[in-house]
Design a protein around this ligand. Structure first.
Ligand SMILES: O=C(O)CCC(=O)c1ccccc1C(=O)O
Ligand SMILES: [Mg+2]
Length: 343
């Protein structure tokens, strides 16, 4: 894989704050179904010389963590595009931890995806709930479809060993972040002994050292999100260094952020897995007239023009807008204080 040009990166100046704020908009988009504890997704959108870009760390993230998301937004809005190796990206449907009887309805907006990722281990739910939901998802995609699960680190090693073996009845493509720590993932992976592949998500995107999971033999697959990893170029370098197959995924972005993910997926030398970039289907509203909705199990690789009317219609209130602008200012200072090569 071509290495990002270190000199070009190091010499890329940080755009001044005023340039980021000029034309910046904050939206609050309703979700169709509650997902990871939220039913509204807030995002700050900016316009760089390359087009619209997105800064949308989750509201509870601190500035140090959120600064990487800003580096990604700047990379996508201000840096020259990388060569695209494909024009469309196969995606999975993403199924929140809904009741089994609601699965078909919640999956409907995703259209005909051959792969579905099922959220499991939701607080307050049981393994029986997960078994029913995964069974219903398998029913929807049929025997030739692929079913993967995501526990967001909620299980202990013992719980995960029981749950993953039980859910394997429905033929799992992999289990994403079944436990919280790298050591736990490694232990579970040893115990499962190849019965089900392990993918690392939070252990990559929230780790001080995103490569530790690969060095520890804690996962078979890395889940890679452009925003938390500091952008497309940084994500490509990480994937190459990890030496593991990658699943490019979204952070529940608007179509603008999804287009960043699509451009990352398009730059990959090979794509072994369907990408978690179908999440526009989880949004009840988006910022583009032609959002990056999955169609025929794929999304297109294209830049997104935010629509003026939709930006107005879904504008966050004044207090939230000011909160995001302040956050942008603070994260910009964090980046300004870092050596350019670290951006
Ligand atoms: O991977 C997907 O299918 C969609 C993205 C997704 O699940 C997600 C979206 C926002 C925050 C966390 C996660 C996650 O993978 O844990
Ligand atoms: Mg995940």
């Amino acid at each position: 894989m071509p290495q990002p040009d270190a000199d070009a990166l190091a010499s890329r100046p940080l755009p001044p704050l005023g340039e980021l704020l000029a034309g910046a908009r904050v939206v609050a988009l309703p979700l169709r179904t509650r997902f990871r504890g939220i039913d509204t997704r807030e995002a700050l959108l900016m316009q760089g010389p390359q087009g619209w870009t997105e800064f949308s760390p989750f509201v509870e993230y601190d500035d140090a963590e959120s600064a990487a998301w800003l580096a990604a937004a700047i990379d996508f809005g201000w840096s020259a595009p990388l060569p695209q190796r494909r024009g469309s990206i196969p995606v999975n449907a993403t199924l929140p931890a809904v009741r089994a009887e609601d699965v078909a309805e919640v999956l409907a907006p995703f259209g005909a995806c051959r792969t579905v990722k099922v959220k499991v281990a939701e607080p307050g739910q049981s393994l029986a709930d997960d078994l029913e939901r995964v069974a219903a998802a398998r029913e929807v995609v049929g025997p030739t479809g692929r079913v993967r699960i995501d526990a967001n680190g909620a299980w202990s090693v013992d719980e995960a060993a029981i749950a993953v073996r039980a859910l394997a009845e429905f033929d799992l493509e992999y289990a994403e972040q079944p436990c919280r720590t790298v050591a736990e993932l490694a232990e579970l992976r040893r115990r499962l002994d190849g019965a089900v592949a392990i993918a690392a998500d939070e252990s990559v995107r929230k780790a001080d050292d995103p490569l530790r999971v690969a060095r520890a033999g804690a996962a078979d697959i890395v889940v890679v999100k452009a925003q938390p990893l500091g952008g497309i170029r940084a994500a490509l370098s990480l994937i190459e260094a990890a030496g593991l197959p990658a699943v490019i995924s979204s952070a529940l972005d608007t179509s603008v952020g999804l287009s960043m993910g699509a451009h990352l997926a398009a730059a990959m030398p090979t794509l072994q897995f369907d990408c978690g970039l179908g999440t526009a289907a989880l949004l009840a509203a988006d910022v583009a007239r032609h959002p990056l909705m999955p169609s025929g199990g794929a999304i297109e690789v294209r830049r997104i023009d935010a629509d003026a009317e939709l930006l107005d219609e879904h504008a966050a209130d004044d207090a939230r807008r000011e909160w995001w602008f302040e956050r942008l200012r603070r994260c910009h200072s964090v980046l300004a204080s870092q050596p350019p090569a670290a951006r």
